[in-house]
Design a protein around this ligand. Structure first.
Ligand code: DON
Length: 303
């Protein structure tokens, strides 16, 4: 696709930002890696750049675990535990949890996602992990692997997330298996994908929960709308308003440098480039999505 090649060349020379450093393994990422992929709901894939390079999903995993728990536990239960309001705060904020409602505002921020991980079903940790891996893998259309080095790197430095989990326990949002819930959260953040995989996962959401190539159902149609609406209002954290205005599609970013977006009924889009800004978003990713939205008229408000 010509436009992907043009966008790649246009933003390749961008040198802004740097890879996330608070998880030591992520700091080692190659800043030159850059890939853009579009996967349509008909199963066509258009790609440019380093689309084979693998990276950890980080927060791009949050919409999928939310979908999983919605499907397993039902809307009423999930709504009673985790809200659906944007915070206007950073992804790892603890203030609104402490000061206001005493429950996470939404499942796209760390507090909400850690709570969501704690509800993943299974009789013991390995079974819960296996359930989660199977669920995520259906979105990718292949078995996903967890990178244990990245997992350990996050686990041993996650003082802030550990504080959030303890506060969640204090307010009765999660049960006493605090470390197990955190481990599930760190494991989901450590699922390894490349940009094609992430675009296919996005396309599966665009296709009402059915993988465009395998034809397998990853999520019930009823819940894909829940996931997309949360991505739209909260997926880009404290810049979700600006994203809605300038890009206009549901999306989610991760500190590894990935952003994926969903054009419902049409396509999934993923961009990977490790240098991020102070909000945790890939800088090349933001630029590509803004241009792509304008040039392909993707915004759901400009139809
Ligand atoms: O919880 C964390 O800090 C990371 N595992 C994920 C954060 C993240 O990706 C934020 N997104 N841009």
């Amino acid at each position: 696709m010509k436009i992907l090649e043009e966008l790649y060349q246009r933003h390749l020379s961008c040198r802004e930002g740097h890879p996330a450093t608070y998880i030591p393994e992520l700091a080692k990422a190659n800043v030159n890696n850059f890939a853009i992929v579009i996967a349509t709901i008909d199963g066509e894939v258009f790609k440019v750049g380093d689309h084979d390079v693998q990276f950890s999903m980080q927060s791009t995993s949050k919409p999928f675990s939310y979908g999983m728990v919605l499907q397993e536990m039902g809307r009423d239960f999930v709504m009673s535990k985790v809200g659906v309001e944007p915070t206007g705060e950073a992804f790892n904020s603890i203030v609104e949890l402490e000061k206001n409602t005493h429950r996470p505002y939404n499942p796209m921020i760390n507090s909400g996602a850690i709570a969501i991980s704690s509800y993943i079903k299974g009789t013991h940790f390995q079974e819960r992990l296996q359930n989660m891996t199977e669920f995520f893998s259906q979105f990718a259309g292949q078995k996903l692997r967890i990178d244990d080095v990245i997992f350990e790197s996050e686990k041993t430095t996650a003082h802030r997330n550990r504080s959030i989990a303890h506060l969640l326990r204090h307010f009765g949002v999660i049960d006493g298996k605090i470390e197990e819930s955190l481990d599930l959260y760190f494991k989901q953040c450590s699922f390894m994908v490349n940009t094609v995989d992430l675009a296919m996962m996005a396309a599966t959401l665009a296709n009402k929960g059915v993988h465009p190539k395998t034809g397998g159902r990853a999520l019930s149609e009823d819940y894909t709308g829940d996931v997309l609406s949360l991505m739209f209002t909260c997926g880009m954290y404290d810049t979700s308003g600006k994203w809605a205005y300038s890009v206009g599609i549901p999306a989610k970013s991760g500190v590894s440098g990935a952003i994926f977006g969903v054009v419902p009924g049409k396509m999934g889009i993923a961009v990977y480039s490790p240098p991020i800004n102070e909000h945790g978003h890939s800088i090349r990713g933001l630029k590509v999505f803004q241009d792509l939205s304008r040039e392909l008229n993707l915004s759901i408000f400009r139809k």
